[in-house]
Design a protein around this ligand. Structure first.
Ligand code: SAH
Ligand code: SF4
Length: 389
């Protein structure tokens, strides 16, 4: 069995491990400081610990669960995508985005992290969805994306200010690990980032949302809405056939009431598919009485779909119809930098080109399904494997 990643090990487990070796309890704090404060890149760098203890730690735990890290810098240096290869050869991605200071707002460095390798939900506009499901990430594999980014920033005297679970995977389908990771990120003795600076995005796993509500506010919840009508959302977010949009919004509403925290909705705007007046009015009707914030994001181009981003004037018209009902809306124009849109694509590129007939079939199916959805017909497609529990 591979050794567990040390960043995912709790203080209690670490304490037991140390005690069994006759080490004093204060070593827990020293090890945590080395992981999270000093941001040591390897166990060899942890000079605060005796050599023998370092060797023993190395035998029991992996200091870093990310193997090779391939970095691609885009948008004139403001976006850094990193493709991480894990011990078993699967690839995941994280994206670091730099936002300069603006009047009234300090500079921000936001990291978009993955919670699974691939994704079972299979949204057809998403590069990760096209890859299919690989596996859940371990807690340490989630956290080590954060440690690497923090180390990269620290080299230039900068600090990570925000973390969003908008990379590969559906966080609420790997919720135990995601909650452990959030615990470590929140914990003042470990990463120490405030809950307000962490966002978890979900495609609408209703039991997961309910579980979060019961736990209380730990981060901002973002819901990937994309469409308010079931017929269309069935196509764009296949999970909708399990938990229809009305149930998702009801769970989000209860979450906002119980936690006092506003829920965000994300809408990827796809030209001629979900950007019509009918869709805007359906969304306005669905959200009008809720304390929400809607982000409209032009679809990032993804290979093998017949779809493109809605033009900005169309998005503005859509936004105006929501605002007319009193809904707070932001249009994210800066596509290259956009959080979710940036993730999963490197891994998809590296996965190689599927055969041309498969691509053609996929395009035809999507065109037919979205045309049927525009007519209000619900899809008869089966649920993707892995989300039908
Ligand atoms: N699985 C979760 C979190 C990861 S996806 C979820 O779906 O919410 C993060 C965000 O990126 C989601 O809002 C998703 O809809 C969005 N996204 C995926 N592909 C995109 C694309 N091609 N263009 C724009 N946004 C995209
Ligand atoms: Fe999965 Fe989110 Fe992509 Fe949908 S948008 S396939 S839920 S990662």
């Amino acid at each position: 069995m591979t050794r567990p990643g040390i960043s995912g090990v709790t203080a209690a487990t670490l304490g037991d491990w140390l005690e069994a070796r006759g080490e004093p309890a204060f070593r827990v704090r020293q090890i945590q400081d080395a992981i999270w404060r000093a941001q040591a890149g390897s166990i060899g760098d942890v000079v605060t610990l005796p050599t023998a203890l370092r060797a023993a730690l190395d035998e029991s735990f992996r200091w870093d669960t990310l193997g090779s890290n391939e970095r691609v810098v885009t948008d004139g240096g403001s976006t850094e995508k990193v493709l991480h290869r894990l011990a078993d050869g699967v690839s995941i991605e994280s994206v670091l985005m730099h936002y300069p200071a603006r009047p009234g707002q300090r500079e921000r460095h936001t990291l978009c992290i993955s919670s699974q390798a691939g994704c079972a939900v299979g949204c057809p506009f998403c590069a990760t969805g096209e890859l299919g499901f690989g596996r859940d990430l371990e807690t340490a594999e989630i956290l080590d994306q954060v440690r690497l980014a923090a180390r990269t920033l620290a080299a230039d005297g900068r600090r990570l200010t925000n973390i969003v679970f908008m990379g590969m995977g559906e966080p609420l389908l790997n919720l135990d690990r995601v909650l452990e990771a959030v615990d470590a990120l929140n914990d003042p003795k470990r990463f120490g980032l405030g809950a307000r600076h962490i966002t978890v995005s979900t495609s609408g796993v209703v039991p997961g949302i309910r579980r979060l509500t019961a736990l209380g506010p730990q981060f901002t919840l973002a819901i990937s809405l994309h469409a308010a009508r079931d017929a269309l959302r069935d196509v764009l977010v296949p999970l909708n056939r399990r938990w229809p949009v009305g149930e998702v919004v009801a769970a989000a509403r209860d979450h906002a009431r119980a936690t006092g925290r506003r829920v965000s909705y994300e809408v990827t705007m796809i030209s001629g598919v979900n950007d019509t007046d009918i869709d805007a009015d359906a969304m306005a009707g669905l959200l009008a009485n809720d304390h929400v914030h809607v982000n409209l994001i032009p679809m990032n181009p993804v290979a093998h779909t017949p779809w493109t981003a809605s033009p900005i004037p169309v998005i503005e018209r859509f936004a105006a119809r929501l605002r007319a009902e009193g809904i707070a809306v932001t249009i994210r124009r800066n596509r290259g930098q956009e959080v979710g849109a940036a993730c999963g694509q490197l891994a998809a590129e590296r996965a190689g080109e599927p055969p041309a007939p498969a691509v053609a079939l996929r395009r035809r199916r999507l065109e037919a399904a979205s045309a049927a959805a525009l007519r209000g017909e619900r899809s008869a497609e089966p649920l993707p494997a892995g989300v039908a529990e």
